[in-house]
Design a protein around this ligand. Structure first.
Ligand code: SAH
Ligand code: SF4
Ligand code: F3S
Length: 468
């Protein structure tokens, strides 16, 4: 009998990728994916622990699910609640205590064991218990990548994620990732190339390579040597039909020459780079253990822009890191003015249990953090609008990914990762000259678009011609 699983994903793109793989691993066991928790036999919350709010959201979701679970139990039906991801890894045993409705807790490196855990949970609940108590937060020696299937069927979409590296050895003093994801691991080149080929065969044209420190990638190549990310991109570029390659997240320290050259030499390597700096103050960068100065960051950007002059940059920032003074914060604003990001994310520092910065005596008051965040976001926003407005009247290539709300409207991505709303009714060069074309024919296509309007978060334009 077919069962249903509902997976809710929080946090970063690596969790999005993992959620897909969990669905793949459950499929041969009779689980189809469901769009909501209501009709699901199994609910998996794939959680994030990066900031306080992220974890709190999970607990309130479990509260809601508990009501659902109780209602089902009253009808004699079982519903299993599983918590996966980084909160599971960081707080597994506490979660079991705090939320008795949870049946299973599984860390990010154990997803290939999900069917076994589910079996154990089912056995535990045959005696009529409300919840099972299955916990697996190990870092097994055999990696999940060797066991997780990749779904061969179905439309993947135009753009897909592909995890190539996981874990982190950097230990920034604010960050939980080295504890929740474990040590750095890079998948072998051949595995990645095979997975990319399967995606392309199913219609994917754009792949974003994922890793917590993606540019620290050092996977084994076919000849036994070690490939860097630049080398891997060169291999992937050979795949026919793979038009766009992106990667995220990069660390400024690992931006080597081979990767910088890839931006110059490989057309499919997109001119957009997320290169988080966190702070513009040397004092704070040092306290964060980022292992580079602001000048070194500027130098990396200069080299990148020399290789690819139209490269657009984005970053993450933390405001109110312990000990951050007004002067330190001004240094951050100054750095932002110098780099002029196309886009950037900024967060108030959130003390994470077990990290060195969380026990600092120099915590910054909440109102100071809020005020700094507002100032930083206003500046970033100004630059973002300026960047987007620079495209008005120009043409750009857009990969169409989904339908918009209006008639004839489709939404895609520019090379610089902007969302572009395209009116495809104005079709001067029909894809299908016979004339029985519908808008669906544009789905997953690369088109040339003239930009007419720009807002802070998106562009609007008209179709010039279809390219692909
Ligand atoms: N590996 C990436 C970042 C992963 S976490 C890197 O090295 O940059 C994603 C972002 O969350 C970070 O870039 C940081 O800006 C933010 N972040 C991480 N820990 C945080 C904390 N304790 N408080 C606030 N923001 C945090
Ligand atoms: Fe966290 Fe730093 Fe590792 Fe990024 S590099 S995942 S911020 S410890
Ligand atoms: Fe969050 Fe874990 Fe990703 S803490 S950001 S889900 S690596």
């Amino acid at each position: 009998m077919s069962k249903k699983v509902f997976i809710k994903t929080y946090g970063c793109q690596m969790n999005v990728y993992d959620s897909k793989r969990m669905a793949d691993v459950l499929k041969p066991h009779g689980y189809e994916q469901s769009e909501s928790a209501e009709d699901a036999d199994l609910v998996i919350l794939n959680t994030c622990h990066i900031r306080e709010k992220a974890a709190e959201k999970v607990y309130s979701e479990i509260g809601r699910l508990r009501t659902e679970k109780d209602a089902k139990a009253a009808e004699g039906k079982n519903m299993f609640i599983a918590v996966a991801g980084c909160v599971a890894q960081a707080e597994g045993p506490e979660m079991m205590k705090r939320a008795p409705a949870i049946d299973m807790v599984l860390g990010p490196q154990t997803y290939h064991r999900l069917p076994d855990m589910l079996k154990a949970a089912e056995e535990q609940r045959t005696g009529g218990r409300m919840s099972a108590r299955v916990l697996d937060t190990e870092f097994p020696v055999d990696t999940k990548f060797d066991h997780l299937p990749t779904d061969e069927s179905g439309f993947e979409g135009t753009a897909a994620f592909l995890t190539i590296q996981e874990g982190c050895d950097k230990f920034c003093t604010f960050c939980v990732v080295p504890y929740t994801r474990g040590a750095e691991y890079s998948r072998p080149v051949s595995d990645i190339v095979e997975e990319a080929k399967r995606l392309v065969a199913r219609g994917v044209m754009e792949i974003t390579l994922l890793g917590q420190n993606v540019n620290a990638y050092h996977g084994t190549a076919a000849d036994g040597s070690t490939a860097t990310l630049g080398g891997l991109i060169a291999e992937l570029d050979k795949i026919d039909g793979l038009t766009r390659i992106r990667y995220t997240t990069s660390h400024p320290r690992d931006m080597d020459q081979e990767l910088i050259d890839a931006h110059r030499d490989i057309a499919s390597c997109m001119p957009y780079l997320h290169l988080p700096v966190q702070s513009g103050s040397d004092r704070i960068l040092d306290a964060m253990n980022r292992k580079h100065t602001r000048e070194e960051y500027f130098a990396v950007i200069d080299r990148l822009r020399a290789a690819r002059p139209d490269l657009a940059l984005s970053s993450d920032f933390i405001v109110g890191f312990p000990g951050e003074t007004d002067e330190d914060f001004e240094d951050t604003l100054d750095l932002v003015r110098r780099v002029k990001y196309a886009q950037a994310y900024s967060f108030k520092y959130s003390p994470r249990p077990g990290t060195p910065a969380s026990v600092s005596k120099e915590q910054v008051p909440e109102d100071v953090k809020s005020e700094r965040l507002a100032r930083l976001q206003a500046l970033i926003n100004e630059h973002q609008i300026e960047f987007n407005e620079g495209f008005i009247g120009k043409e750009m290539d857009v990969l169409l990914e989904r339908f918009g709300k209006r008639d004839g409207q489709m939404i895609g991505r520019s090379p610089y990762l902007q969302s572009v709303y395209v009116d495809v009714r104005n079709d001067h060069n029909a894809l299908d000259a016979a004339g029985d074309k519908t808008y669906t024919d544009y789905m997953g296509k690369l088109v040339r678009v003239r930009i007419l309007e720009a807002g802070p978060n998106s562009l609007k334009g008209e179709l010039v011609r279809a390219l692909h």
